[in-house]
Structures are given as structure tokens and as C-alpha cells.
Design a protein around this ligand. Structure first.
Ligand code: GLY
Length: 373
């Protein structure tokens, strides 16, 4: 196996699994997956873009360990996280005669991981699945922790289930085929981990971020590994988001409103919204006197240095006014008993969850950010 590589264990009793991180894992995919058992024939669900780039390498890796496979390639894009594509996937898996003991492979970014994970959760009341995430965002966030689901006309991820994968293979060589914008959007989720719980990691990213973006493989493996370790620790403490898991939503309350305001379109990718949302969460924290004004400035400086969207003025086209944006935050899943929950910070690396945020302070942050456009 090619180094550098690492393994993170998710210790959920009865549902534990390993996450392997490193370059060129696809070639060994069969060696990782065959020990899970089930038939020697596996069903792969992917998207058309990933299929064109990497499906053959995956299938060759499976064949090397004596596993045959069939693949379903769905259209790429967020609109695939829908009832019609879920139905299509479930019926295809049934056509493939997938049984309780078999393994289904989700091979793609967050859309495929979420959809296929949900299909695996409901097919025959639950079959096992393996996540092979192909984007940075999926490698550090959505492939780990068992959140699965599809979107509803009412909002994103509103229909779903917790269903942990049996194995995650994060092949960091696959990140080499991502468009720079997609890589950097995934980086928004990477830096989130430093901001929420590890100031040393954030400082390391400040130094290594540009090398990471330029393709430094050892740095990529290290960055994904630390993010995944932090996610695993949080998921072990709070699998179903009764408490601490919400820390992973740092930046997301602002982000979800901005995504809704931009129509979930290419104007703002999810990870870009997370990065902007992190800046706004730190700005709000500073205005509430929770952290020093240097913290939002430092967060902003790093994101800007990475060439990423940093502020509302970086989003092209019109945005609604501050009241409307605040209203869109009210549609967020993190609303509990009508109160918005925010993830705020005492300093970089020390985030906490609160519902106790005065409305006018949030409005102030939004108004000032809009005024700078
Ligand atoms: N993406 C946030 C979580 O998995 O909880």
C-alpha cells in the first residue's frame, strides 16, 4: 500500500468501523471490502462524472480481490438527492438482488453518499454500505458519521436516517481531479474543524493550506485525518445530535440561509457558504463580547488568503435584505421550539452551542455584511 496513509476508528459499539485515508486506495478496494463478507458481487452507485473518471479503477480494485460488480451512474448534482432518484436506486439495488448480508458501495461526493446511505438504510430494513468519498467535502464530513438522506421541496436533508457505513475509504489521490473551486469549497469544511475545536490544527492550516490546495499529498492526508479524527470523536459522543454533534454545524446557520437565498445554485457552493458562515459566526461572537475582534479578523484573513469566498460581497448577484435572510435562518433544521441555535466561539478552537442570541445582534451582523457589498 502506498504511504502516507492513516486509519481512524469510529468506536460506536455494534456499529464500529474504520476510515482509511491515503492515496491510491481504490486499487486495494477489494482487499478492504472482501473481509466484510456477503456475496462476492457488489453493487456500486455513483454519478456520471465520477463513473467517467474513476469507476474502472474501483472495479479493477474489486476484481483484484475476486469481487465482481455492477454500477448505477446517476446524474451528478444536488437535484439527484430526490425521491425519484431514491426510488430508482432502491429498485436498481433490488434488481441486483442485494440481500441483508450484502454490501452496497456509495462512490461519489456528498450527494451520492447521502442518497445511497439512505437507500441502504431503508432497503430490506437496512443493508450495509461502504462510503468511497471522492470530494474533499465528502472525505472530511459527509461520508463519516452516518447522516444520510435526500432533500424535500421544503428544504435540504429533511428526509433521512442515521445509518453508519461499515467502512470508509477516503482515497486522497481522487482529490486531484477536483476543480479548484470544488476543492476549496471542501476546504471550508476542513477549516471548520480547527475553528470549532483545535486551534493548533487551525494554525497548521494557516501555514499548510496553500500547499494542501496545490496538491501536497502528505499534507492532504494529514488534513483529512485530523478532520476525520475530530468528527469521529464528536460522533462517538453524540451520534444522533442530541448535543455536541451540533458543533459540526459551525457556520451552517448563516450558510443555510445564504444557500436558500441563492437558490442552492452554483452562485454559492455549500462549503463556500460554510466558510462565509464561519466568518459571520466569529463576527457575531466578537460583537457579543465572547471572543476578541482579532478572532474574526484572523478567520477572514486565512479564508481570503486561500482565495475563497470570504464575505457576502464575494457572492455574485442580488441577495435579499437582512430581515429576509434572518427569516431564511428560521427554516433551518437547527431551530428548536422556534429559537435559532447558533454555534458561537470563545476563541479559535473553542466553539459552543447556544440558543441565547439576541435577534438584533444577528440582524446587525447581516446588515453590516450586506452594506459592504
Ligand atoms: N455534517 C454535520 C454532521 O455530520 O453532523
Amino acid at each position: 500500500m502506498t504511504s502516507p496513509a492513516s486509519t481512524v476508528h469510529v468506536n460506536l459499539p455494534g456499529r464500529e468501523y474504520d476510515i482509511h485515508i491515503g492515496p491510491d486506495l481504490l486499487g486495494d478496494s477489494g482487499a478492504y471490502i472482501a473481509p466484510l463478507g456477503g456475496r462476492k458481487h457488489v453493487a456500486i452507485v455513483t454519478d456520471e462524472t465520477v463513473a467517467g473518471l474513476h469507476l474502472k479503477a474501483l472495479q479493477d480494485g474489486l476484481t483484484a480481490a475476486g469481487l465482481t460488480s455492477d454500477a448505477l451512474a446517476l446524474p451528478a448534482g444536488e437535484s439527484t438527492k430526490s425521491w425519484p432518484q431514491l426510488q430508482r436506486t432502491c429498485e436498481w439495488l433490488l434488481d441486483q438482488k442485494v440481500e441483508r448480508g450484502d454490501v452496497v458501495i456509495a462512490f461519489g461526493g456528498g450527494v451520492i453518499g447521502d442518497l445511497v446511505g439512505f437507500a441502504a438504510a431503508i432497503l430490506r430494513r437496512g443493508v450495509r454500505f461502504v462510503q468511497i468519498p471522492t470530494t474533499l467535502l465528502a472525505q472530511v464530513d459527509s461520508s463519516v458519521g452516518g447522516k444520510t438522506g435526500i432533500n424535500a421541496p421544503h428544504g435540504k436533508n429533511l428526509i433521512g436516517a442515521f445509518h453508519q457505513p461499515s467502512l470508509v475509504l477516503a482515497d486522497t489521490a481522487l482529490l486531484g481531479t477536483l476543480a479548484p473551486r470544488d476543492f476549496l469549497a471542501g476546504y471550508g469544511e476542513v477549516l471548520k474543524y480547527g475553528l470549532l475545536g483545535d486551534s493548533d490544527y487551525f494554525a497548521w492550516l494557516e501555514t499548510m493550506g496553500p500547499a494542501l490546495a496545490a496538491g501536497d499529498m502528505a499534507a492532504r492526508v494529514q488534513a483529512v485525518t485530523r478532520a476525520v479524527q475530530m468528527k469521529a470523536e464528536i460522533v462517538q459522543r453524540d451520534e444522533t445530535e442530541q448535543g455536541d454533534r451540533a458543533l459540526l454545524n459551525l457556520g451552517h446557520t448563516f450558510c443555510h440561509a445564504l444557500e436558500a437565498a441563492t437558490g442552492y445554485s452554483d452562485r454559492l457552493l455549500h462549503g463556500e457558504g460554510v466558510a462565509i458562515g464561519c466568518v459571520m459566526a466569529f463576527e457575531l461572537s466578537a460583537r457579543l463580547g465572547l471572543c476578541s475582534q482579532e478572532s474574526p479578523s484572523r478567520v477572514r484573513a486565512h479564508i481570503r488568503n486561500m482565495g475563497m469566498k470570504t464575505d457576502l460581497r464575494d457572492i455574485e448577484g442580488d441577495l435579499p435584505d437582512a430581515e429576509t435572510l434572518l427569516g431564511l435562518m428560521g427554516q433551518d433544521k437547527k431551530v428548536v421550539a422556534g429559537k435559532l441555535r447558533f454555534i458561537l466561539a470563545r476563541e479559535i478552537g473553542d466553539a459552543f452551542i447556544t440558543s441565547d442570541v439576541p435577534r438584533d445582534k444577528v440582524l446587525g451582523v447581516l446588515k453590516d455584511a450586506l452594506a459592504e457589498r
